[in-house]
Write a protein that binds this ligand. Structure first.
Ligand code: ATP
Length: 267
């Protein structure tokens, strides 16, 4: 029960608009995943949806966000497991946990099971892998195949990885749908910045936001998040520790372009 509490999550609902860019991934997910979860009676036979979907791409590009969005949109129960925790924290308990998780997910349908860093569990290490991780992998396959055979089940398994090339054929076969989640393009970077800085008092013009978006080529969404957080702290850094005791939040100066220039030096 305690373990289930750690992997069965309540979360802040995520809307499509919370995810900047990634139009192709979003459109595909709506058609292949969300609609079938909401209207299973339409998606039968030839229209049967894939059970497993693999999101791959650089770190911090919104894979977890997408998984939460799928769960929000389908009003599904959200399970999230990280295989590295599975193998280290509950040594030998991993298989039991995987089995129980699928059983609980079946009871709480529709359900989304998110497996981050899926490569760490399901990579091709046949000669070197330990007996326990091999058994874990097998249990996972059994459960995944079980969920795939029962047409009534409304369970979707979302795997995420930064190293898709390390997944073996057996895994790839089970994640029929594979979606690339790339680094954000300029328009998406701009949207992420705009949304984040709305949370603090700032005096950035549209032109300056555009400029930050241009300067952040190669940044992931998570990098941009760090950058904005850092810039938002600049006004706080500029007050002395004596002022810190008396200053009110309203008295803090607005975040400026210079703060972003500073933050860009180290993020
Ligand atoms: P990892 O591969 O490291 O697990 P990830 O791809 O799952 O990373 P997330 O955890 O979804 O990335 O993203 C990290 C944070 O970056 C999010 O909480 C969000 O603030 C921001 N972010 C990333 N991509 C986007 C995006 N496309 N739109 C809006 N915010 C984003």
């Amino acid at each position: 029960e305690q373990i289930m509490g750690e992997i069965m999550h309540k979360y802040k609902p995520v809307d499509w608009d919370d995810i900047a860019g990634l139009k192709y991934a979003k459109d595909t997910i709506k058609e292949a995943i969300i609609f079938p979860l909401i209207r299973p009676e339409i998606f039968t036979g030839l229209r049967r949806p894939p059970r497993g979907i693999l999101l791959f791409g650089p770190p911090g590009t919104g894979k977890t966000l997408i998984a939460k969005c799928i769960a929000s949109q389908a009003k599904a129960t959200f399970f999230s497991i990280n295989p590295s925790t599975l193998t280290s924290k509950w040594i030998g308990e991993g298989e039991k946990l995987v089995k129980t998780m699928f059983a609980v997910a079946t009871e709480h349908q529709p359900a989304v099971i998110f497996m981050d860093e899926v490569d760490s569990l399901l990579s091709q290490r046949s000669d070197t892998e330990h007996e326990s991780s091999r058994r874990l992998k097998n249990e996972f396959f059994i459960q995944l195949d079980g969920a795939a055979t029962n047409e009534e089940d409304r369970i979707v398994i979302i795997g995420a990885t930064n190293r898709p090339q390390e997944l073996d054929e057996a895994v790839r076969r089970r994640f029929v749908r594979r979606l690339y989640v790339p680094l954000p393009e300029m328009e998406a970077r701009k949207q992420i910045i705009e949304k984040l800085i709305r949370e603090v008092d700032n005096c950035l013009t549209q032109g300056q936001i555009q400029h930050i978006a241009e300067l952040t080529e190669g940044y992931s969404g998570a990098d941009i998040d760090s950058l904005c957080r850092d810039a938002a702290l600049e006004p706080v850094r500029s007050i002395s520790s004596t002022q810190m005791n008396s200053i009110s939040a309203e008295q803090l100066r607005a975040v400026t372009m210079a703060d972003f220039k500073n933050a860009l030096q180290h993020v």
